[in-house]
Design a protein around this ligand. Structure first.
Ligand code: ATP
Length: 915
């Protein structure tokens, strides 16, 4: 077989110089596509259609990279110094801390990456192909040479294709050729020697279809493509960082420098002024520095974000850019499409209006059988030539396909077109039969700004016809006459039709007008000018697309959460208003149309966006204006989009959200988030997760900083006051290590608080940690000092030796950290609620690990020797949790008092204001 001579055919790369037939025969393919058997064989021969990923860093390299950190350098330096001073135990502990830290860093990084890798799998692109004689959508990876690919505006070309059909197919090839103008593609061969940019009958993998439609046959996949040749490494690397994590990195680095400078000052003071023995002082200062530096914070924040991204993916919101998670928590307006997002996008043609009668259509989903009734009486559509013509338009001015799998009918392509195919079948016209009679010669594909689609067809007897379907006001404007039931023509009464459209739309139905026109058989090319006059209206089809029940609940949730919702739809104003009412969306009855928006200046638009919830008959440019107008009010805007022209609005929005199902690849690439199910409720779920992630990051920071400060202050206070250290530096190193990786990380797993969607969105300008947190750090530090020194002093007072007193002080410190964790868990609810105290699995596992580690440290003799600890007697042991509970009581009481004062304060201001 010619095809399998891979070396001669695939590497000749002269596809652009061959005729369409020659290309097909060389590739052993046909216009109706390959068979599954051929595809399987070729997939084995040619491999998957993907570019190799950049090589991953080796495990060892990644482990070593963990040492690339100021704190670790300081620790390694300290280990060297302690070794030189002959403190072998200290050196061993410090080195242990370093290695365990690096290992944990590696595990955390791996966990975050794994969570994100699972997500990027969900973003795998799909292509529409013809296989086994039918249309289907397959993963781009699974394309093989010879596959017939359907292209339409917004698609990324999935492999190198030889164009077999082009209807205004315009492709943006900048990423391959650097040429930013759109290139119009044709099907005629070009000279063998022309440059890539001039191969106008080729569509190259990775380039973007910006207009029209086309069909092509795959000639090269994976690394054999032009893109594969110029760049062998085009990985889709998701970076693990966000502005907040970067900010935290910078903060942590600066803090490290400040702390290390302070440590040097303390070292100098201690040595030269207070005359402490150098080796003891040195290890104390090392302990102090390690305790104070929040080294693990950026890593734990990254984990929190990655877990948030995973939780969102589970709720069908796939995050493409991690920073979007942070922005989601401050979203104050969601601008959403209607079709598919607020409604199900499962359409059924329910009514038909012709000039003679109003017909009711029944039938299940996309199944071809159903009844047509006129005034309650069953009607035989075959007896109405007008209806038969309408059915032909419905079947042929249509790019969707219906498939029957195991008794249920599914649509490939636009569900509305699927519903029209089902309608045609119910009227007695199947797609296959109609296609045999009328062959499509050209098409004007549907584009959001024109709102209609037209096709040109020829039959075998030398006739040519134009079929049109589109938004009713658009199609009505083209028509002067209407088709009557007997196949004749009558004058079109515009007012009568407008009233019918309004009546159908007022019930929330989407209305479509179908029309046709005879043209000379010599016409083979279709232009926009051909559809401007002389068209005969055949009738109106009303399609029901019910609102999603979950969208009603989600809109109500947005209202409670202080988030505005705007419906920005391409649909008719009356339909949009009716659906808006069903969803509980319309604050006012007002609907603004795209045409009205065009007449508004920026000031008027600024007012309109705040007062109106529904915008109808809009085009993608209007979306851009609306986002900009909302942002001018200081609002954080999330915006959905699906078409290629929605990309600018998606990029402009603070959170761009693309439809995963009906959206184009171009929209997906411009978006921050892709909705796997196109569902509005998933956007709201993502916002809820975003708020949870934000709360968790606040928790992680709010727990880590006071803890670090408290630990450091313990050593600092003892040094300053010239007291015996209540906890040894080695013990502090241990406490810091064990708690940071258990208790700190547990907060990343906190589920959302119920109140998350009952408060207004976070202001995007609000600092993550305000004055309250600074005060909280001071308060907790003081309480930690009181607890540690108090227990230590009490133990000494009871006549216990220093080692036991220190062991008790250290365990008190840990217990207070655990108590503080429970306080931090409930940012918004009281800490003494059952929900907070019940904890989560992550919290209890972390506590279990810490408690087991502490028990080992106290009771296992070799550890006792290393850390100089003693077994704590029973009664003394009881004191430790009591101190923990006291700390929790203290911080919670302070919080309640502060809240009351705040309320009182606001109340009295309000009282004065109202006076
Ligand atoms: P939304 O913007 O909420 O998703 P929509 O799907 O109605 O709503 P568009 O896709 O911009 O928005 O469609 C606008 C109008 O164009 C529709 O109301 C319909 O009248 C018409 N239309 C939509 N799809 C087609 C199509 N495939 N062929 C012909 N006309 C169409």
């Amino acid at each position: 077989m010619q095809f399998y001579a891979r070396n001669t055919v695939m590497e000749s790369r002269q596809w652009h110089a061959l005729t369409r037939d020659a290309v097909l025969s060389e590739l052993d393919s046909v216009m109706t596509g390959l068979s599954s058997v051929q595809v399987a064989a070729r997939l084995r021969d040619y491999g998957a259609n993907r570019l190799p990923e950049p090589p991953k860093r080796s495990l060892l390299r990644r482990f070593l990279l963990q040492f690339h950190n100021v704190l670790i350098h300081v620790l390694l330096g300290s280990a060297l110094v302690t070794a030189l001073l002959g403190h072998v135990v200290d050196t061993a502990v410090i080195l242990g801390v370093v290695f365990i830290n690096a290992a944990i860093g590696l595990v955390q990084e791996y966990r975050a990456e794994r969570a994100l890798a699972a997500i990027s799998d969900l973003l795998a692109p799909y292509a529409n192909v013809l296989r086994d004689g039918g249309r289907c959508s397959v993963r781009v990876e699974d394309l093989v040479p010879g596959d017939i690919v359907l292209l339409s505006a917004g698609d990324r070309v999935p492999a190198d294709l030889r164009v077999l059909r082009s209807h205004g197919l315009g492709i943006q090839e900048a990423m391959l050729t650097g040429e930013s103008l759109t290139v119009e593609k044709h099907t005629d061969p070009v000279f063998p020697a022309v440059a890539v940019a001039e191969r106008s009958c080729m569509a190259f993998g990775g380039t973007l279809v910006v207009s029209g439609q086309g069909v092509g046959v795959v000639v090269a996949t994976g690394t054999d493509t032009e893109m594969g040749r110029i760049s062998h490494l085009l990985g889709n690397v998701t970076t693990l960082t966000t502005p907040l994590v970067r900010q935290m990195n910078v903060f942590a680095r600066r803090l490290t420098v400040v702390i290390l400078s302070l440590a040097l000052v303390v070292l100098a003071l201690g040595h030269f002024i207070w005359h402490y023995p150098f080796s003891d002082l040195f290890i104390a200062v090392v302990g102090l520095s390690v305790a104070a530096i929040p080294e693990g914070l950026p890593a734990v924040m990254t984990i929190t974000l990655a877990l948030g991204a995973r939780a969102m993916a589970r709720r069908n919101a796939v995050v493409r850019h991690l920073p979007a998670i942070e922005t989601l928590s401050s979203v104050s307006v969601i601008c959403t499409d209607k079709t598919g997002t607020l409604t199900r996008n499962e359409m059924v043609a329910s009514e038909l209006v012709t000039v003679d009668e109003c017909l009711v259509i029944s039938g299940e989903g996309y199944a071809p059988d159903g009844e047509i009734r006129s005034a309650e009486l069953r009607l035989d559509p075959q007896t109405r030539p007008g209806l038969q013509e309408l059915a032909q338009v419905a079947a042929l001015c249509n790019d969707a396909a219906l498939q029957n799998s195991e008794g249920s009918w599914r649509v490939e392509g636009d569900p509305m077109e699927g519903a029209l195919l089902a309608l045609a079948a119910r009227l007695g016209v199947t797609r296959a039969k109609a296609q045999q009679q009328w062959i499509r010669t050209d098409v004007l594909p549907f584009e959001a700004e024109h709102r209609y689609m037209a096709t040109l067809h020829h039959d075998h007897e030398g006739h040519a016809r134009l079929f049109i379907k589109g938004a009713p006001e658009r199609v009505l404007a083209m028509c002067r006459r209407v088709r009557t039931a007997d196949g004749g023509e009558a004058y079109l009464d515009d007012n009568w039709w407008q009233a019918r459209i309004e009546a159908l739309a007022a019930r929330g139905q989407r209305v479509l007008a179908l029309a046709s026109r005879m043209v000379p058989a010599s016409q083979t090319v279709l232009a926009r000018a051909d559809v401007e006059g002389g068209i005969v209206l055949l009738g109106l089809v009303a399609l029901m697309d019910p609102p999603r029940p979950e969208a009603v609940a989600a809109i109500a949730e947005c209202q409670r959460a202080g988030i505005g919702v705007r419906m920005i739809t391409g649909d008719h104003a009356t339909t949009a208003a009716a659906i808006g009412r069903m969803l509980g969306l319309a604050r006012t009855q007002r609907v603004i149309t795209g045409a009205e928006l065009d007449t508004m200046n920026d000031g008027e638009l600024g007012r309109a966006v705040m007062e109106t919830d529904i915008f109808a008959r809009t085009s993608p440019e209007h979306k851009l204006r609306l986002v900009t107008a909302l942002q001018a009010h200081g609002l954080t805007v999330a915006m959905t989009g699906d078409g290629v022209n929605d990309a600018p609005a998606l990029k402009r929005a603070d959170v761009g959200i693309a439809m995963g199902r009906k959206g184009s690849e171009a929209a997906r690439e411009a978006a921050d988030i892709v909705l796997a199910d196109d569902n509005f409720a998933s956007i709201v779920a993502a916002v809820r997760e975003g708020r949870t992630v934000n709360d968790n990051i606040t928790r992680v920071i709010g727990w880590t900083l006071p803890t670090s400060a408290g630990e450091a202050a313990t050593i600092m206070a003892a040094l300053l006051l010239g007291m015996v250290l209540p906890v040894t530096p080695v013990q502090i190193l241990w406490v810091n290590l064990i708690t940071a990786v258990t208790l700190g990380v547990a907060l990343a797993f906190e589920p959302g608080e119920r109140s998350a969607m009952q408060r207004p969105p976070r202001s995007p300008h609000a600092p993550l940690l305000g004055w309250f947190w600074l005060w909280h750090i001071v308060l907790v530090t003081l309480l930690f000092l009181a607890g540690v020194f108090g227990v230590y002093a009490w133990a000494i007072g009871q006549g216990h030796d220093i080692a036991l007193a220190r062991t008790m002080a250290m365990n008190t410190l840990i217990m207070m950290e655990i108590a503080h964790l429970f306080f931090i868990r409930s940012i918004h609810a009281p800490a003494f609620s059952i929900a907070t105290l019940r904890g989560t699995r992550a919290v209890w596992s972390a506590i279990a690990i810490v408690v087991m580690a502490q028990c080992a440290m106290i009771w296992v003799p070799p550890l006792q020797a290393i850390f100089d600890t003693r077994a704590i007697p029973f009664f003394e042991g009881l004191l430790i949790p009591v101190v923990g509970v006291l700390l929790l009581l203290a911080v919670e009481t302070e919080r309640q008092l502060r809240r009351r004062m705040k309320k009182h304060w606001h109340g009295s201001i309000g009282h004065h204001a109202s006076k």
